[in-house]
Design a protein around this ligand. Structure first.
Ligand code: A3P
Length: 295
């Protein structure tokens, strides 16, 4: 019980310039000092990049394509979300510390806020990036339905906040670029949501190899099917409907919303798109990283 009044939200504060929900800020030292183990597998994403999707794929690979085993518990119990703290519930760090190895962990932290132990211990990390325009639309809807994040305000207000990086977990630009640079120094598999949509088999094979697993065609086909949007949307262990309505209100916007590339075209005005493209060009001028977003 969060004890929130109707429409009330948890507050936010800054950690080293990055917005975070207040309960996370309150236990930041504990998060920063988290002790990773060499066989931990970490999934890292900017929010709304396809975290839940990749989590399901990873769990299925680890369980050799056994669908029943992957239905043993909802996503948030199968993976510990390191920096998540919801008042009166165990923190992500507590959950990780109680988990048997090999542990599966999740984070949205930008690389400079990642607990150093992950890189020191050489943990395998899978990073998923998604184009900024679809993230903006998805994040806006998510903040509307999720009481542990701020109310996004109007679409116009949120659009500006996103461009300014004044959203939880900070600037999308810095996030994708920071992890992109880190992938050359650490064992990081850097994937794109758009590639996963385009050719799930190819991307799942890459993940399998990265995890050191070798599954047969049959198992691979099962994973592709079980982790498709339509199937995950119907799976209570993957669609977040087991979370109390007080935290996530799926009647406002379902967690499994559309799962497509290019939905931004239904929300961006022509003027917003021009402004976005201009800023995008500036902010992405210093990186080799590029995204497919259908202009
Ligand atoms: P949309 O809001 O655009 O539909 P995260 O898990 O990082 O919070 O990301 C959620 C986004 O990924 C949502 O995007 C959700 O619909 C989409 N998603 C979840 N499972 C998916 C799947 N199996 N295939 C494609 N997209 C998926």
């Amino acid at each position: 019980n969060l004890n929130l009044k109707k429409n009330e939200r948890i507050g936010v504060d800054y950690i080293k310039g990055i917005l975070q929900p207040t309960p996370t800020c309150d236990i930041w030292d504990e998060i920063w000092n988290f002790q990773a183990k060499p066989d931990d597998l970490l999934i890292s994403t900017y929010p709304k990049a396809g975290t839940t999707w990749i989590q399901e794929i990873v769990d299925m690979i680890q369980n050799d394509g056994n669908i029943e085993k992957c239905k043993r518990a909802p996503t948030h119990l199968r993976f510990a979300f390191i920096e998540l703290k919801i008042p009166s519930l165990p923190s992500g760090v507590d959950k990780a510390n109680a988990m048997p190895s090999p542990r599966k962990l999740k984070t949205h932290l930008p690389i400079q806020l990642l607990p150093p132990s992950f890189l020191e211990k050489g943990c395998k990390i899978i990073y998923v990036a998604r184009n900024a325009k679809d993230i903006l639309v998805s994040y806006y809807h998510f903040q509307k339905m999720n009481a542990v994040l701020p109310d996004p305000g109007t679409w116009e207000e949120y659009f500006e906040d996103f461009l300014d990086g004044k959203v939880c977990w900070g600037s999308w630009y810095d996030h994708v670029k920071g992890w992109w640079e880190a992938k050359d120094k650490y064992p990081i598999l850097y994937l794109f949501y758009e590639d996963m949509k385009e050719n799930p088999k190819h991307e799942i094979q890459k993940i399998m190899e990265f995890m050191g697993k070798n599954l047969d065609e049959d198992a691979l086909d099962k994973i592709i099917y079980h982790t498709s949007f339509d199937i995950m949307k119907k799976n209570p262990m993957a669609n977040y409907t087991t979370i109390p309505g007080e935290i996530m209100d799926h009647s406002v916007s379902p967690f499994m919303r559309k799962g497509t590339v290019g939905d931004w075209k239904n929300y961006f005005t022509v003027a917003q798109n021009e402004r976005f493209n201009e800023i995008y060009k500036e902010k992405m001028a210093d990186t080799t990283l590029s995204f497919f977003m259908d202009d």
